[in-house]
Design a protein around this ligand. Structure first.
Ligand code: UN1
Length: 513
C-alpha cells in the first residue's frame, strides 16, 4: 500500500501504525478489547483500536452532556463558523482522508475523494443554514397576541454509520447537528474504525483552536453492543442510523420504546426503468456505474434494470459489452473501475446470491466469480455479474450488498414498469431513462415511483447533498443532508405572547371569575 503514500496519509491523520500500538482519538474513551482493521484492498492489518466499554461509554456521554450545556448557548451563526473551519480542515486533508477511505473500505480513490467532497459540501451547506434556522410567524385568533415558532437545540445526537460511506454519512449528520446546537456521539462501523478516528482527530483540532468543550464531537468504536448502549440511553435525544433494514428495525423499536427520536436510512432495492424512448448511451453509463460503483455497496446502488421488451436485446448487448471493459483491482490504482468487497463475509453473500438466482430459475448473462492470484490476495475481489430474473424471486426482493445486477423485462406501457419498480419492500432510489415527457412525468407523479429519490435520465446512485436524502417503506422514512432535513435535529417550540391587558381564551371560551 505504501506505493500510494498510505503511510504518510495515516501519519497525517493521526493513525498509529501497527508497531506503535493502538490508535486513539481525542475524547475517545476506549479500554475494551482490541479491534483490528484489515484492508480489503490487500488483506493487510492497517492498525488496531480499542473498543469502548460500558464505563467508557458513560464517560463519553457525560462529556457530551456537559458540552451541550454551553454549546446550545452559542449563537447558531457562530456554530456555523466552527463548521466552516471544519470544512477548511477537510479541504486540507482531502487527499489523506480520501486515501484512507479507499484503503480501509475498498472504494475507488476517486470515490474516496468524492466522499470527502460530500463532507466539504455539507459543511458549506450547513454554514449558510446556520443563519436560516427559521420558524414561522402565525396570526393569532386573539387580539393583542403574537404567535410564532422557534427551533431550539435538541441535545445529544447518536450517529450510527455504515462501512460503505465511512466518513460522509457522519458529516451529513454532524455538520447539521452542530449548527443546530447539538453535540454528537458517533459509532462508526466496526469495519471502518480508523476512518472514525481520522475524522475525530480533524474536528478535535478545530475544537481546540476555538477553545470549545471536547464533548461536542465524541467517538465510540465497537460492534452493535456499543450501539445498543446509545439506542437504549434516554439521554440520547436522536439516533440517526444508517445500515441494513434488519438493524434499522431493532434500532427503531428500541428508540420508540423510550419515545426517542430516530432517523433511519436503511436498505434500498433500486431500479432503473428503461423505456423504448431511452437514450441507450446514457442508460449504459447510469446503469453500469450504478451497479458496479463502490462494488455495488451503496445503499443507492442499481440492483434492478426494468427494460421494455422492444429494446431489451439492444440494452442487454450494450451493457454486457460494457461489463467486458471493467477493470477489477486495487482501488487506489486509478486505472481500475471496481475494487474489493468489504470482507470475505460479503463475498460469501455475493456468491450465495448468484447461486440463489440460478436456483430460482434465473439465467446468468455475465458470469460472476471470486478472483484469486496476484493483486487479489485479500480474497475480497469479485466479478460484477448480471442475471436475468423475475421481480418476485426471493433473491431479487432482497438487497445483496454486492455488484449483482438483475435484468427484468416488461411489456406494454410504463405503468407496468412502475408496478415492478414499486413491487419491493424497500423504497430508497429509483430512476427512469426516457425522452418521453409523459412517461417521465407519470414516473414522478403520485402514482409513479414510491421511493424517496426519483430521477429522470440519471442513475439511482450519486445523489447531491443539497436535496433531502432517504427513502420510504423499509428504507426507514428518514431524511438526511439537504433541504429541510435539519429540522429533525432541533426541537420545535410554539410561542404565544399576550401583549394586552386582558386574557381572552382560545376557541372563544368564556371563563369569567
Ligand atoms: C449510502 O450508500 O449510504 O447517493 C449513501 C449516493 C451517495 C450517498 C450514498 N451520495 O450514492
Amino acid at each position: 500500500a505504501d506505493q500510494f503514500g498510505m503511510k504518510e496519509a495515516l501519519a497525517q491523520l493521526g493513525i498509529k501504525s501497527i508497531n506503535e500500538g493502538t490508535s486513539t482519538g481525542v475524547n475517545y474513551f476506549s479500554n475494551g478489547e482490541n479491534l483490528e482493521s484489515f484492508s480489503p484492498v490487500d488483506g493487510q492489518l492497517i492498525a488496531t483500536v480499542k473498543i469502548s466499554t460500558a464505563a467508557d461509554y458513560e464517560k463519553v456521554l457525560q462529556t457530551a452532556a456537559e458540552a451541550f450545556k454551553t454549546f446550545r448557548l452559542m449563537p447558531a451563526p457562530q456554530r456555523g463558523e466552527i463548521v466552516r473551519q471544519f470544512g477548511e480542515k477537510l479541504r486540507k486533508n482531502k487527499e489523506a482522508l480520501g486515501k484512507l477511505v479507499s484503503y480501509e473500505m475498498g472504494k475507488s480513490l476517486q470515490e474516496g475523494y468524492g466522499e470527502v467532497q460530500e463532507m466539504i459540501d455539507i459543511c458549506d451547506f450547513a454554514v449558510g443554514l446556520s443563519r436560516q434556522l427559521h420558524g414561522l410567524t402565525m396570526h393569532s385568533e386573539r387580539p393583542e397576541h403574537r404567535m410564532y415558532e422557534q427551533y431550539h437545540p435538541l441535545g445529544v445526537v447518536g450517529i450510527i454509520s455504515a462501512f460503505n460511506f465511512p466518513v460522509a454519512v457522519w458529516a451529513w449528520n454532524t455538520a447539521l447537528a452542530w449548527i443546530c446546537g447539538d453535540v454528537c456521539v458517533w459509532k462508526p462501523s466496526e469495519k471502518t474504525p480508523l476512518c472514525g478516528i481520522a475524522c475525530q482527530n480533524i474536528i478535535a483540532e478545530v475544537i481546540k483552536e476555538n477553545n470549545l468543550p471536547e464533548g461536542i464531537s465524541c467517538l465510540i468504536n465497537g460492534d452493535y453492543k456499543v450501539g445498543e448502549m446509545m439506542t437504549n440511553d434516554k439521554r440520547v435525544a436522536l439516533i440517526s442510523a444508517t445500515g441494513s433494514t434488519r438493524m434499522g428495525k431493532i434500532v427503531a423499536q428500541t428508540v420508540a420504546g423510550r419515545l426517542g427520536r430516530s432517523l433511519l436510512e436503511l436498505g434500498g432495492n433500486n431500479a432503473i426503468i428503461v423505456t423504448p424512448d431511452a437514450d441507450i448511451k446514457m442508460t449504459v453509463i447510469g446503469a453500469v456505474f450504478g451497479a458496479v460503483g463502490t462494488a455495488g455497496q451503496r445503499c443507492t446502488s442499481t440492483r434492478r434494470l426494468i427494460i421494455h421488451e422492444s429494446i431489451y436485446d439492444t440494452v442487454k448487448e450494450a451493457i454486457v459489452s460494457a461489463y467486458k471493459q471493467l477493470r477489477i483491482g486495487n482501488p487506489l490504482d486509478e486505472n481500475n473501475h471496481v475494487g474489493p468487497l468489504i470482507d470475505t463475509h460479503a463475498v460469501e453473500m455475493y456468491t450465495k446470491a448468484l447461486e440463489k438466482v440460478v436456483a430460482e430459475g434465473g439465467k446468468i448473462l455475465v458470469e460472476g466469480g471470486v478472483l484469486s492470484g496476484e493483486g487479489y490476495e485479500s480474497g475480497c475481489y469479485v466479478k460484477p455479474a448480471i442475471a436475468e430474473a423475475d421481480n418476485d424471486f426471493k433473491i431479487v426482493q432482497h438487497e445483496t450488498f454486492a455488484p449483482v445486477l438483475y435484468f427484468l423485462k416488461y411489456s406494454g406501457t410504463v405503468e407496468n414498469a412502475i408496478a415492478i419498480q414499486n413491487g419491493v419492500a424497500q423504497g430508497l432510489s429509483s430512476a427512469i431513462m426516457t425522452n418521453n415527457l409523459r412517461e417521465a412525468e407519470l414516473f414522478l407523479s403520485a402514482v409513479g415511483s414510491d421511493c424517496g429519490i426519483a430521477n429522470v435520465n440519471i442513475g439511482t446512485s450519486g445523489a447531491e447533498i443539497g436535496g433531502a436524502f432517504g427513502g420510504e417503506k423499509e428504507t426507514g422514512g428518514g431524511r438526511e443532508s439537504g433541504s429541510d432535513a435539519w429540522k429533525v435535529y432541533m426541537r420545535r417550540q410554539t410561542n404565544t405572547i399576550n401583549y394586552g391587558t386582558q386574557l381572552p381564551l382560545a376557541q372563544g371560551i368564556k371563563f369569567d371569575l
